[in-house]
Design a protein around this ligand. Sequence first.
Ligand SMILES: Cc1cc2nc3c(=O)[nH]c(=O)nc-3n(C[C@H](O)[C@H](O)[C@H](O)COP(=O)(O)OP(=O)(O)OC[C@H]3O[C@@H](n4cnc5c(N)ncnc54)[C@H](O)[C@@H]3O)c2cc1C
Length: 468
Amino acid sequence: MPDTSLAPAQRLLTGWGRADATRGLVWTPRRGEEIAELLANLESAAVIPRGLGRSYGDAAQSAGGTIVDTTLLDHVGCVDANGEVEVSAGTSLDTLVRRMLPQGWFLPVTPGTRQVTVGGAIAADVHGKNHHADGSFARHVTAMTVATPTGVHRVAPTRDPDLFWATAGGMGLTGIVTSARLRMLAVSTDRMLVDTDRFADLDAVMTAMEEGDARYRYSVAWVDCSGKAGRTRPGGGLGPGAGRAVLTRGDHASLDDVPAPQLRRAAVAAARVPRPHLRVPRHVPGGLLNRLSIAAFNETWFRRAPTHRTQELQSMWKFFHPLDGVAEWNRLYGPLGFLQYQFAVPPGRGDVVHTAIQTLSSHRIPAFLAVLKRFGPSSPGPLSFPMPGWTLALDVPIGPDGVGRCLDRLDEVVAEAGGRVYLAKDSRLRPDVVPIMYPRLEELRAVRRRVDPRGILRSDLARRLDLC
Ligand SMILES: Cc1cc2nc3c(=O)[nH]c(=O)nc-3n(C[C@H](O)[C@H](O)[C@H](O)COP(=O)(O)OP(=O)(O)OC[C@H]3O[C@@H](n4cnc5c(N)ncnc54)[C@H](O)[C@@H]3O)c2cc1C
């Protein structure tokens, strides 16, 4: 392959939700230095980096502007004795795991898919099922190189911390990360030791999660938002089935946890990271995932889960990335696409989780399995999403009547509770609630004034929400 960048091309882009497409000039450099040159000399009005386009909305596109596709920057350096490795920012977490796991290193934080880039993971300061124990992705970045319109900066938590933390969670608006040094997690097998519990109601699962914070490194509950009857009880509480949940918690299995016959295959030296085994066809009729099919799926999924099972050995891939087995599953929502609604609320405001599930259920809005997690302390980034407490994420098809109004109302409830909506998942928030949810926005703007005085780093998300 020639060592030159791909020719820039106009392309129509969307996020993972496949809605709100806009056109821009996509430029795909092979070297970080080319990005610095571009930013210094750019004539177009706006530029924004893009990784693998796994943010759900319009964060990685810029109508009429330049989009820097970073995915050819995929160099992985040698890991040192402390488990630190320098990686180019377009490297996917999938590639990183394939290189590092056979040497005994895993991601310190992983989102629900490996198909995101290191740059995208930093820009959204992504979290995993271990936020309550290990914090967000940027906590494990010891240094990074950020190309900005005023120059290239090597930053760290102690070296220009303002730029470091504004970039972690800054959604590409402070510069383009070209490489980062990550502190990896030592593991000895590719298995997890998992406890699974089924709960008939939301209160019970939330109590169990709170109590388990100190005992489990990873914890996640899949909550049924549809409910058997798809309605709430008259007068308030959740209706039958709505709010029931399956909680899975666990940690990495050591060599001692794996029985002898499986040991050779489970040891990291033999680790095989699976490829997707199914692909959703290009043209899927609209409405395949609708209220009835989603409720039926949730019912089956709940019944198949064990009531109580402990110390089950599971593969990492089933535990962390079950959706990665099906390539382009986002097409299942049909031509209109879908959105993900994810919010976080402080510890004492678990009632908002109830309200969200109750509101969706009573409006009969089909929400595919909702995911409930615990969050620990925030990272210092002014736009970083996680805050101590709860986070709920749910996928909703675009189309059913009343979705917009219902989510607008939920935004107000979340904001009033001192919570926030996740920008990496957003495609529909109103700009007026953003400063309430993200009261430190001005800190991001101050950093931007220093590194991007012309204000050229701009995405559709930034324009829609008046972020800068
Ligand atoms: C199935 C699925 C599961 C997910 N699970 C989780 C989860 O559990 N936890 C979680 O936190 N998130 C989760 N996400 C969201 C995802 O991790 C984030 O949206 C992440 O930012 C996507 O990375 P990307 O490489 O695709 O970036 P893109 O979507 O291409 O871009 C995202 C943002 O990062 C910026 N950006 C990209 N590259 C750079 C760079 N080099 N320098 C600076 N900025 C850059 C872009 O401008 C944009 O603002 C999930 C997404 C999917 C599709």
